[in-house]
Ligand binder design. Structure first.
Ligand SMILES: [Zn+2]
Length: 117
């Protein structure tokens, strides 16, 4: 079993960006998020480390990825908000579980909010 390949299974293929009234835009997470790098080739990306922990009502997963095109390392931070007890009053509540994905650089400085998964 190859652990490094298995890390791809932890990464959603797409994130969704809300465009307000124009709906959602779908973007691939199979790309390098470092500034100045345009790598969108999956073969040039190598996830090599995973961290997973819980924080209050969130589950956080960080996947460290090396880009073989620019030689940099970035981190995809996947935050899943855990289910909240459903209110008995409101039948039209938001979906109970949602995920947000952020990109970070090697030193964990935020590169920005990518979208939802
Ligand atoms: Zn890159």
């Amino acid at each position: 079993m190859n652990d490094k390949e298995d890390l791809w299974l932890e990464i959603p293929s797409y994130a969704y960006i809300s465009l307000a009234r124009r709906g959602m835009e779908k973007i691939s997470l199979d790309q390098c998020f470092l500034k100045g790098c345009d790598n969108e080739d999956l073969k040039l990306l190598e996830p090599f480390k995973k961290e997973e922990y819980e924080e209050e009502n969130k589950q956080i997963k960080k996947i460290h990825i090396k880009c073989k095109k620019c030689g940099g390392i970035f981190i995809l931070k996947l935050v899943t908000l855990k289910k909240v007890a459903k209110s008995t009053k409101d039948e039209n509540e938001e979906p109970l579980s949602m995920g947000i994905v952020y990109s970070l650089d090697e030193k964990e400085n935020s590169l920005g909010h990518i979208g939802y998964f």
